[in-house]
Design a protein around this ligand. Structure first.
Ligand code: AN7
Length: 351
């Protein structure tokens, strides 16, 4: 197991002190892979790369922020942590709580969490409740709960979460000795786009890069409060991870967009699922549907006004495809059955 982000990036994490436990499940150091076949399909000429955050220990980018948030909770003497979640935060919180010997409490929006994520939270021993309401309602409740009890809140309103997530930007800069031209990323509660922007700025301050990228954020069309300019009371999308109507980091996401000369746009569920399928079939990368929003967004922008040839864009693939096996199976043709016989198999496969 690698040492993880607290060991690797100690000098870039201001809140990490000598008394902070160096907790790790081997998070970070995720693949940054070129995607030429996908680029040819959606944005010819673009130098497209994928930062596959599904390779983190619990299968999503959440581990980067969670390891620091839980380490700081341990340092502060907490015995329990709590979060609301569309799924990935809860899986990560449950795993790092187990690793650190803490109790995790989790509130999930009833019926709106992908199967793999729920399995993780339960298997790691979190106390899980399905709230009769959406993510935004659950987040408000856990904030109240953390205010009334000695339980550390580990949603991205916790600044240690955002700080830990800056390390993904450091890794991208480290790979090239410079920032890319643009970063394309799904936006839900808006913590991650805020973290990348902070990370790229800190990389420049540290002398690791000379410039920052344009930040391109993408919300699902049915859950696009930042694009619409107002909260959405009843958000909907197949990309359950980003089914969020009142993003906690709304203002910092807008600042990241504006300060970077970027954009935050909406992409339809159809566009998201198409990009999700193209990632799997053209590049062999299986991410969860929400993670494909950045790719869908690059395709949308390129179709409207092509990026200049050679523009280097990194799409952040935030979570692993195995998180949501139900969606993959629902989108696939029905499995054909065949007799246990070579002739029958030949006929079925080769026509
Ligand atoms: C795969 O787990 O909000 O904009 O509670 O799981 O930082 O919220 C998940 C969010 C993108 C959006 N992709 O990131 C949660 C949760 C995946 C995600 C996002 C999430 P933010």
């Amino acid at each position: 197991m690698t040492a993880g982000i607290l060991a690797r990036w100690a000098d870039r994490l201001p809140s990490l002190g000598p008394a902070t436990p160096r907790l790790s499940l081997g998070e970070g150091a995720t693949p940054l892979v070129a995607a030429p076949r996908l680029a040819a399909a959606i944005a010819p000429g673009v130098d497209l790369h994928l930062k596959f955050e599904g390779q983190n220990p619990t299968g999503s980018f959440k581990d980067r922020g969670m390891v620091l948030a839980v380490a700081k909770a341990v340092e502060a003497g907490a015995h329990a942590i709590v979060c609301a979640s569309t799924g990935n935060t809860s899986a990560s919180a449950a795993a790092y709580a187990a690793r650190a010997g803490l109790q995790a409490f989790v509130l999930l929006p009833k019926g709106a969490v992908a199967l793999g994520k729920l399995a993780q939270a339960l298997q790691h021993g979190a106390r899980v409740l399905a709230v009769d309401g959406n993510f935004d309602v659950a987040l408000r409740i856990v904030q109240d709960l953390a205010a009334r009890h000695p339980i550390a809140l580990v949603n991205s309103v916790n600044p240690h979460r955002v700080e830990g997530q800056t390390t993904a930007a450091f890794e991208i800069v480290e790979a090239w000795g410079e920032a890319p031209d643009a970063l394309a990323i799904p936006v839900g509660n808006a913590g991650n786009i805020s973290a990348y922007w902070l990370g790229f700025q800190r990389a420049v301050t540290a002398g690791a890069a000379t410039r920052t990228p344009r930040m391109l954020g993408f919300q699902a069309a049915g859950s696009a409060p930042i694009v619409r300019g107002h909260p959405i009371d009843d958000p909907h999308t197949v990309a359950t991870a980003i089914k969020i109507g009142r993003p906690a980091s709304w203002r910092t996401a807008v600042a990241a967009r504006d300060e970077s000369g970027g954009a935050i746009e909406a992409v339809s569920d159809e566009q998201i699922l198409r990009a999700w399928s193209q990632l799997a079939r053209l590049e062999g990368v299986f991410c969860e549907p929400a993670s494909a929003a950045g790719v869908a967004g690059v395709a949308q922008m390129h179709a409207r006004t092509p990026f200049a040839p050679g523009t280097r864009i990194v799409c952040v693939l935030t979570g692993h495809g195995l998180k949501d096996p139900d969606r993959a199976i629902a989108c696939a043709p029905t499995l054909a059955e065949v007799a246990a016989d070579i002739t029958a198999v030949e006929r079925a496969l080769l026509g």
